[in-house]
Design a protein. Structure first.
Length: 316
C-alpha cells in the first residue's frame, strides 16, 4: 500500500474502533505554540499544575518522546448525552458531562490496545506512543492540526460534526501517512462563552486562566479555593460545562454518544449526604471506574462546602 492507501485504510479502521473523529498531521516541533505555552506558564495561568512546566520541552517537541516520529494521529471520542435530570435539587452538586460515565482514560486506552495491534500489522517495526490527556502532548494543538476541529474561544476544540463534547487521543507514530489540513476558525464575532463564564476565567479570546477556572479548582486544586470565587460555582463540584453549554455549535448539534461505557450508569449529580459518611475505601468502591475518583473524597466534600454559599444566595 502507498501512503495514501494506507491512510485511507487506517482512517476506516479507527472509525471502526468507535472513534467519532480521526485526522493525521506531520510530526514536527511546535514553534509557535512553544512561545504561547511559555508565555502562558510565565504568567502563572497554569495555577499549581507544575507538571505542565516540568514536561514543557516534550510538549512542544514530539521527537523528545519518539525520535522516530513521522506522523501524529489525532482521534476524537464523543461523550455527549442529553441530561436525564435537568432540574437540580437545591443541595445537589453538579458533575460535568465528561465525567458522567466511565473514566474516559480507561475507555480510550481499551481502543488504543487494538489500534496498537493494527499499527504493528501495518508496519511490524513501527514505533508508536499512545496518549489521552495525561501525556506530555498538546492534544488540542495536534487535533487542530489534524483537522478534527478549530480551537474555540473557550479553548476547547470544536468539530463541525459533533461540537466540542469529545475527548482527544494523540498517537505518535513512525509510520509515514498523508496529512489532513486544519479547518478554519468558525467562532467569528461570537463571544457568548466568554460572557457566560461565571468566574471570568476566559480572560481573552482563546486564553484561559486556570486560577479562575471552576474546572481547575474542583478537580486539580488540592489546596484552598480562593475566597473571591465563592458563590460563583453554580453548583459544580466536579469540572464545569458552562462555556461549552452556551456555545451555539453545541446547541445546534447535540449528537448523542455511541459509546456504551459513557451512556450507561451515568451520574449527573450527587448530594453531600451521599459522600459524608463514606470512608476512603467505601468511596473508591462506590465510584470505581468513574472519573470523579480523581478529585478524592476530601476535595469533593470541600467543593460541597464551597458551593453552599451559592445555594444560600439562591434561596434569598
Ligand atoms: C491543563 C488542562 C486543563 C486545565 C487548563 C485548560 C486549558 N484551557 O488549557 C483545566 C484544569 C482548567 C482544564 C479544564 C478542562 N478540560 Co482540560 N486539559 C488540560 C490538558 C492536560 C493540557 C492543556 C494545555 O496544554 N493547556 C495549556 C494551554 C496554553 O494550551 P492550549 O489551550 O492548547 O493553548 C492553545 C490556545 O489556548 C491558544 N492560546 C493560549 N494562550 C494564548 C494566548 C494568546 C494571546 C492567543 C491568541 C492564543 C492563546 O493557543 C494555544 C496553542 O494553540 C489537556 C490534555 C493534554 N495533554 O493536552 C486537557 C484537555 C484540554 N481538557 C479537556 C477537557 C474536556 C476539559 C474540560 C471541558 C473538563 C470539564 N468539563 O471541566 C475543562 C474545560 C475548561 C476550558 N474552558 O478549557 C480536553 C479537551 C477536549 C476538546 N474537545 O478540546 C483535553 C484535550 C483532554 C483530552 N485529551 O480530551 N483542563
Ligand atoms: S469551564 Fe467553567 S469556569 Fe472554566 S472557563 Fe469554562 S465556564 Fe469558565
Ligand atoms: S460560544 Fe462562540 S466564541 Fe465561544 S467557542 Fe462557541 S462559537 Fe466560539
Amino acid at each position: 500500500m502507498n501512503s495514501k492507501e494506507l491512510t485511507k485504510y487506517l482512517r476506516q479502521k479507527i472509525i471502526d474502533l468507535g472513534f467519532d473523529l480521526v485526522g493525521f498531521s506531520r510530526a514536527e516541533e511546535l514553534t509557535k505554540e512553544r512561545i504561547i505555552l511559555k508565555q502562558w506558564l510565565l504568567k502563572g495561568y497554569q495555577a499549581e499544575m507544575n507538571w505542565i512546566y516540568k514536561s514543557f520541552e516534550k510538549r512542544v517537541n514530539p521527537f523528545l518522546i519518539l525520535p522516530e516520529a513521522k506522523s501524529i494521529i489525532s482521534v476524537g471520542l464523543n461523550y455527549f448525552q442529553v441530561g436525564k435530570s435537568d432540574f437540580l435539587f437545591n443541595n445537589a452538586g453538579k458533575i460535568s458531562r465528561y465525567a458522567w460515565g466511565k473514566d474516559y482514560h480507561r475507555v480510550i486506552e481499551k481502543k488504543f490496545k487494538v489500534l496498537k495491534k493494527i499499527l504493528l500489522e501495518i508496519e511490524p517495526d513501527s514505533k508508536n506512543k499512545f496518549y489521552v490527556d495525561y501525556g506530555p502532548t498538546m492534544d488540542k494543538v495536534w487535533a487542530v492540526r489534524s483537522g478534527l476541529g478549530w480551537m474555540g474561544k473557550h479553548t476547547n476544540v470544536i468539530s463541525t460534526s459533533i461540537g466540542s463534547w469529545f475527548f482527544i487521543g494523540t498517537v505518535l507514530t513512525s509510520i509515514q501517512l498523508e496529512y489532513d489540513n486544519p479547518i478554519s476558525d468558525m467562532c467569528g464575532d461570537c463571544r457568548i462563552c466568554i460572557d457566560a463564564c461565571p468566574t471570568g476565567a476566559i480572560i481573552d479570546d482563546y486564553l484561559l486562566d486556570a486560577k479562575k477556572c471552576i474546572s481547575y479548582h474542583t478537580i486539580e486544586n488540592k489546596n484552598e479555593i480562593p475566597e473571591e470565587l465563592k458563590g460563583k460555582f453554580e453548583n459544580y463540584i466536579f469540572g464545569c460545562d458552562i462555556c461549552q453549554d452556551v456555545c451555539p455549535w453545541n446547541h445546534k448539534l447535540q449528537i448523542e454518544t455511541n459509546e456504551r461505557d459513557f451512556a450507561s450508569n451515568t451520574i449527573e449529580f450527587i448530594e453531600k449526604k451521599d459522600l459524608e459518611n463514606l470512608s476512603e475505601k467505601d468511596f473508591k468502591e462506590k465510584f470505581k471506574g468513574k472519573a470523579i475518583l480523581r478529585a478524592g473524597l476530601k476535595n469533593l466534600l470541600r467543593n460541597f462546602d464551597y458551593i453552599k454559599k451559592f445555594n444560600e444566595r439562591s434561596k434569598i
